[in-house]
Design a protein around this ligand. Structure first.
Ligand code: SF4
Ligand code: SF4
Length: 276
């Protein structure tokens, strides 16, 4: 039996037994490379579920849909390892109760689909810890290495050019499971903290503010990068920040549901190299 069939059967069982009220998975998209989220509430619909190597988006953010988990019923969700990490971050930030989530785990390293054993966040934690050294395929290591070799002036110009393309559509924010605030600071205009116009300064402010906001929280799922209509390589900023956070604070986002947010906590022996 294929993994897709196996997981359709699993979804049917979960729904018909009443163990979950909904399964969030993937359905056919506009072409073979695209998959769209599917929200299934009856066993009869489960044959619409698709699972293949094109299922790359992180579906964890849909769990925060207003009211979805407020009745304390359970929801099953198809997740890759980055999605499980996202659940841990969201639980650590008190956005959801992982006891309400049933994980249908899978991965597709190098395009090869494989099932992941387990169903609870706890069962996946050891797996994620084992993945700590693994760089997600979305990370763009080669491009990052090229940028690392640039002088600060060249790097500034590189990002200036990339950010000049930004049209402030906020698709990156909408696609990110970690951007769950009902009202984002960039939408506030009294006072207006971040310039809303799409020009060099405003674009820098937006993208840098966002990169800091995601530091130690980003799980490198690539949702933002794929959502950007002008192809700004957002994964490179996120990857770089993740590396810095790991090297400076030994913090890898999403390895536990009680992990403290790295930029909202401190240890007495944290290095203070920025204080002269
Ligand atoms: S910033 Fe991008 S890569 Fe990081 S968690 Fe959000 S969507 Fe995923
Ligand atoms: S998705 Fe791209 S263009 Fe839209 S706001 Fe984000 S960085 Fe800018």
């Amino acid at each position: 039996m294929s993994i897709e069939q196996l997981y359709r059967t699993r979804a049917k069982e979960l729904l018909s037994s009443g163990e979950v009220k909904m399964v969030i998975g993937y359905g056919a998209g506009s072409n073979k490379e695209r998959r769209r989220p599917l929200f299934i509430t009856s066993a009869e619909e489960c044959d619409k579920l698709v699972l293949d190597s094109a299922c790359i988006s992180n579906l964890s953010g849909y769990l925060l849909t207003e009211g979805l988990l407020s009745d304390e019923k359970r929801v099953a969700v198809f997740l890759r390892p980055e999605g499980v990490r996202a659940l841990n971050v969201l639980a650590a930030e008190a956005q959801l109760d992982t006891a309400q989530i049933v994980i249908i785990g899978f991965d597709s390293p190098k395009g090869e689909l494989k099932a992941l054993e387990g169903s609870s966040v706890e069962e996946f934690t050891a797996l994620i810890t084992a993945l700590k050294e693994i760089t997600p395929e979305t990370a763009g290591e080669e491009q990052l290495a090229k940028i690392e070799k640039m002088s600060p002036e060249e790097r500034f110009l590189f990002w200036q050019e990339e950010f000049s393309k930004c049209i402030k559509c906020y698709a990156c924010r909408q696609a990110c499971p970690m951007c769950y605030c009902r009202r984002c600071i960039v939408d506030s205009n009294q006072p207006q903290w971040v310039n809303t116009s799409s020009h060099t300064l405003g674009n820098f402010e937006w993208n840098i503010v966002r990169a800091f906001h995601l530091s130690g929280r980003c799980v490198e799922c690539g949702n933002c990068d794929r959502a950007c209509p002008v192809n700004i390589p957002l994964r490179l900023i996120n990857r770089k920040m993740a590396e810095e956070v790991l090297n400076s604070f030994n913090h890898f986002a999403g390895t536990s549901k009680t992990q403290e947010p790295v930029l909202a906590s401190f240890k007495k022996d944290d290095s203070e190299t920025f204080i002269l």
